[in-house]
Design a protein around this ligand. Sequence first.
Ligand code: ADP
Length: 185
Amino acid sequence: MAKRLIFLGPPGAGKGTQAQIISEDWQIPHVSTGDILRAAVNQQTPLGKQAKDYMNRGELVPDDLILDLIQDRLSHEDTTNGWILDGFPRNVNQAAFLDKLLAKLDQNADCVLNLQVPDEVLLLRLLARKRKDDTEETIRRRLEVYHQDTVPVIDFYQTRKTLKTIDGNQTMDKVTEQLSEVISS
Ligand code: ADP
């Protein structure tokens, strides 16, 4: 059975790690907008050149760069059996766009999984991670942007029974176990 999953959560919540594990378990592609953008920056593609400064400042990349990318990716044939979206949607406009896109593709998200972790834990995790855009200033800005733009996406899905909140402040295995349970049910 196809599984279509949306992972929500702040930077550092463990979305990427968990999405990768679930993607292998369920044999569905892991679509991470952050990974796609970082690859574009490294390859210095037109998208990468436009996205780079926003990413380094901890700001969201403008929607017009992201929406086409998602539309293309979800129209690819490897997504017929399902997908995991990680890092998208990140604001309400992106969530509304996704609704319309899924209607066009005649698909539905099965689960919206919200990984919850307190800010002070996120800050420590991100400072330890040392990715190129993980300076303290950028991290603080990313958390601000999360609260301002992405938390409303949780409210957007709150009214639907597909939203499930999971405590991300537990061991990695425990989080995987709880996610798998929710996804299988
Ligand atoms: P994080 O670990 O901070 O959640 P991601 O790998 O998901 O990081 O994203 C890294 C950066 O890529 C973000 O800070 C943002 O600039 C950009 N980005 C990723 N996804 C989106 C999106 N859906 N909309 C706008 N910008 C995005």
